[in-house]
Design a protein around this ligand. Structure first.
Ligand SMILES: Nc1ncnc2c1ncn2[C@@H]1O[C@H](COP(=O)(O)OP(=O)(O)OP(=O)(O)O)[C@@H](O)[C@H]1O
Ligand SMILES: [Mg+2]
Length: 146
């Protein structure tokens, strides 16, 4: 499914819509260059779980932010993880359980290590404040029925 976020607010709203389709056990991987709007999108997804957008920030030194929502929500940012480095040390695998929802920025850093199914979101800068947002793993019918 391909969408266009015409402004940061628009991208946040697309995130919110995606968030409303998520259920416990879901994992979302976000792919895209620096500044394409991954964190903006996470703010929207998190809002669907009652988490305030000001609470969702770009990772500085924290790789994992955990929110006590229902279901519990994890915002994982792998920007500082080197490709091929040992992900086992980060503790991220403990965040990908059946009881919680996890959203991962820089999901490309995971490579093939995530063997389970997950929803993939690819963000591309189209210029003029527009972003292409391609979502893989959501049924278009479910999206349109929201
Ligand atoms: N349509 C758009 N959607 C999202 N962000 C946009 C859009 N247009 C402009 N922007 C701007 O692009 C920037 C996106 O920042 P954001 O932190 O969400 O990106 P990111 O992909 O998480 O970056 P990083 O790679 O550092 O994690 C913000 O400054 C935002 O205002
Ligand atoms: Mg970010």
């Amino acid at each position: 499914m391909k969408l266009t976020g015409s402004s940061p607010e628009d991208t946040e709203a697309i995130g919110y819509k995606l968030g409303r389709l998520l259920k416990a056990g879901d994992v979302v991987g976000l792919y895209g260059d620096l500044g394409t709007g991954k964190t903006t999108m996470v703010k929207g997804i998190a809002r669907a779980f009652g988490i305030g957008s000001r609470d969702v920030t770009s990772a500085s030194f924290t790789i994992i932010a955990e929110y006590a929502s229902s279901p519990p929500f994890y915002h994982i940012d792998l920007y500082r993880i080197e490709r091929g480095s040992d992900l086992d040390d980060t503790g991220i695998w403990d965040c990908l359980g059946r009881e919680s929802v996890a959203v991962i920025e820089w999901a490309e850093r995971i490579g093939d290590e995530l063997s389970r199914d997950f929803i993939k979101v690819f963000l591309t800068d189209l210029g003029d404040g527009r972003r292409e947002i391609a979502i893989d793993g959501i049924h278009e019918e479910d999206w349109n029925n929201l």
